[in-house]
Write a protein that binds this ligand. Sequence first.
Ligand code: PLP
Ligand code: COI
Length: 341
Amino acid sequence: MAFGFTSTDFVYLNNSFNPETGRWENSGEFLAGDDPKLMIHYASYGINYGNSIFEGAKAYLGRDGKARLFRIEENAKRFARSAKGIRMPPVPVDMFIEAVTELVKRNRRFIPEFNEDPNQRGALYIRPLLIGEPGLGVNISKKPTFLIFVSPVGPYYATGFKPLKAMTVHHMTRAMPGGHGAHKTGANYVMSMLATAYAKENGCTEALWLDGYRHEFIEELSACNFMCRIEDTLVTPALSDTILAGITRNSILRIAKDLLKMTVVERPVLLEEVLDKADETFGCGTAAVVTPIGTIVAYNGRYTKKVTDDVGELSRELYGRLTGFQWGESEDVFNWVTVLD
Ligand code: PLP
Ligand code: COI
């Protein structure tokens, strides 16, 4: 199964935000995917000016037949942060969690079956959105639509759990200080389109973004965070307003520190240092899980750096530990998992 959209029985819709009271007046409704109420208006600020934010989470079906959510409260909190970041009315954390939970339950038959091989497991991807209402001026959205859809998915990168080639795009910038790189707005993703095209035209899968001033420090990939191992230390770029604070990133840092007893360091990470010294490099995110980066290629042709041909030992260990929690194979020692039934 690929990472793509498949429609399911129910979509959640809530149009009840009242700008006068500052409250969502009701808990929304669950509609069939083709219900006309789900049509987005052509004059939506979201479509015209990018007043839209989103989240990405997954529901996992365990060996025991139970559905699980992973750190869903963190998605709810980030959704609220992203909304506030572009001055949209946030969705209360409880309302977000209740809507996601109910939607997953109603679409339960679409959660892919448990597979013994962790690399073959699919999940139900959950995509909450907050989309600006119709209008014309470049205005703040005051009465957005809150919508959630789900789709069964497989691995984000077609290669699955295999090392991919990433391309550094020295002449492009995903996010600048003072901008919205740390908010999950659609606008951050449109920045990736040309970069991804360059990557693909050059036999790579994904762009590896550098800082916007000097293009010397690694920031993240278009759809996941970046990490590397240098000797016995796990290193990842420190969070800033140009990097999305990944929930997977945070989980992996905790697993490495608390369970693997590794030294973990969050700091600026020079590309040069990674090319010289990294023993393993990988991306991590909800969709990407842990995706090894085998080769780093420069867009300007200055270098091609092979880090590894194989999946590194640490990448494999972290993949196993993380997915162990998500599918309920390991004891939930961090209290990260919500069992739905
Ligand atoms: N960075 C970007 C740009 C992303 O799109 C994602 C995916 O959501 C991440 C990082 C990883 O975030 P998370 O682990 O919360 O999915
Ligand atoms: C996620 O991992 O959930 C993402 O949002 C990445 C992507 C599919 C845009």
